[in-house]
Design a protein around this ligand. Structure first.
Ligand code: ATP
Length: 473
């Protein structure tokens, strides 16, 4: 690696660090190696094709910014992708892709240029119809169904089949960060676009909508901004909470909304919270959001998380052993984006270091990227997991209370403390509100007896056991 390339890349990293969160930074940028700097083009080596596509799809703007601020306006970025030829004796060889090169044979079609202002166009033509800002990978086919998203998904599908005609207009999808809102609403858009009728589907983030509106005021072309949006057949507007406090944009959106709705055009929105909690949005807008259907997305349960990982692997032609998949699905229960991030980080690490993906590697990666992760089963972890599972307070496990459900949860927690930790009976008793060792022996005995006679109880204990086993590998 040339020291010049190294210096430039370090400079880029400094810029990037200011624009992405810590986890994304360590997952996506730390594994990159600068290879060379030639004639204002910096070549960086990424671990896999998948990694390259991910960067291009998710971080293209921040990379552009970093290159621009270190190499100036004419700076360019080129990727060298390590290709595994399945023979560990071979040196990895590289495939070079200039940034955003849509001609590379394996690259997904590039997303439309972010900053292009769509309403510059005077009228709709076939080019405009293609400019939907949709990611072609976000389809219903790649969107795994689970209890967490069933209503939103089926309402979305109904809307995709008959846009503007169902009573789900507008369709509002809300949920926490990284739970699949964008994927779902873009899947609706892609389904409509690929359907029999030619429809102008437009996806826009609320942030972009606000910026476009501001620019249109500055440039004196508010009318073409409004006209443009009023011609859309299906308007998908992401992260509507971003309109909070932006009164003029809200007013404009209100008019566009009314126009589209009256003309039976479909409106689809996402938000990070239910409409009733959307602060800083005008009441008249909020009341319109309630005209259609509001559906939420939750964190997928364990089985759905496993299915999501498997689907992702399948689409990328990657293999990860089942125990590793289960480990990832158990451990990452925050959101799907984080789950994918951990998975990619694992793939990147294995590909860079040319090692097999196994549980030991997964645990190491996890320790590096997920802060505070416990990889051992300790009494604290057992108490937290058991109390979450039985929906009681941790403190109750240590308290004197004799309520039946609390006594059972306490006994189960003691049983696991005995099975998964090296604590003595005395120490376990101490951690459960200073009980003595005979109470622990009794708890273990009771759990064993109940497991034999009570199927529901046995299933619960086995469920919990799986969680602890994952950590104690
Ligand atoms: N049910 C699912 N099936 C398959 N992939 C999913 C599912 N849910 C989420 N994902 C994936 O998780 C990642 C994050 O999803 P997405 O960006 O849609 O979340 P979001 O809710 O819009 O996040 P944000 O709040 O940050 O806007 C994407 O790569 C998406 O494909």
């Amino acid at each position: 690696m040339s020291s010049e390339a190294n210096a430039v890349w370090n400079e880029c990293l400094r810029v990037i660090e200011q624009h992405v969160n810590e986890q994304s930074f360590s997952t996506w940028f730390k594994p990159i190696n600068p290879v060379r700097l030639e004639g204002g083009t910096l070549t960086i080596q990424v671990p896999s094709q998948f990694f390259y596509e991910w960067l291009e799809d998710n971080y293209v703007n921040v990379l552009k910014l970093a290159i621009k601020s270190t190499l100036g306006n004419n700076g360019r970025l080129e990727y060298a992708v390590v290709v595994d030829r399945g023979n560990s004796q071979n040196q990895p060889y590289m495939v070079n892709f200039p940034q955003g090169n849509s001609n590379s044979p394996t690259k997904k079609p590039p997303l439309p240029t972010e900053n292009k202002s769509p309403f510059d166009m005077q009228s709709l033509n076939s080019d405009t119809l293609l400019q939907s800002n949709l990611n072609p990978n976000y389809t219903f086919n790649t969107y795994i169904e689970g209890d967490c998203n069933r209503l939103a998904r089926s309402a979305g599908f109904a809307v995709a089949t008959k846009p503007g005609v169902t009573s789900f207009n507008p369709l509002m999808v809300y949920g926490g960060v990284g739970l699949g809102k964008t994927h779902l609403v873009q899947a609706i858009g892609n389904e409509i676009k690929n359907g029999p009728e030619e429809k102008f589907v437009l996806y826009v983030s609320s942030e972009k909508f606000v910026n476009q509106f501001m620019d249109s005021i500055k440039d004196g072309n508010v009318k073409s901004f409004t006209n443009f949006y009023m011609q859309v057949d299906v308007l998908i507007i992401d992260d509507i909470q971003f309109l909070a406090g932006k009164d003029r944009t809200q007013e404009m959106f209100f008019h566009i909304f009314n126009h589209l709705h009256q003309n039976k055009k479909q409106i689809i929105m996402t938000s990070d919270c239910p409409p009733k909690d959307l602060k800083g949005l005008e009441e008249r807008l909020l009341s319109r959001f309630k005209w259609g259907l509001t559906a939420d997305l939750q964190m997928p349960d364990f089985e759905t998380r496993v299915a999501i990982i498997k689907r992702k692997m399948q689409s990328e032609g990657i293999y990860i052993p089942d125990d590793v998949i289960e480990y990832l699905a158990y451990t990452v229960d925050t959101n799907v984006r984080e789950l994918e991030g951990v998975m990619i980080s694992l793939l990147a690490h294995a590909s860079l270091n040319r090692v097999e993906i196994d549980l030991a590697l997964a645990k190491t990666i996890m320790k590096n990227i997920v802060k505070d992760i416990e990889t051992e089963v300790g009494i604290d972890f057992i108490q937290k997991t058991v109390s979450d599972y039985f929906d009681i307070k941790i403190d109750d496990l240590k308290a004197k209370t004799r309520k039946k459900e609390i006594v059972t949860a306490r006994q189960v927690a003691m049983y696991f403390a005995k099975e998964f930790t090296n604590h003595s009976l005395k120490s376990i008793g101490y951690h459960f509100g200073g009980r003595d060792h005979s109470t622990v022996i009794h708890a273990v005995q009771t759990v064993n007896d109940l497991m034999e006679t009570d199927t529901a109880f046995r299933n619960s204990v086995n469920d919990l056991k799986k969680k602890f086993k994952m950590r104690s590998y």
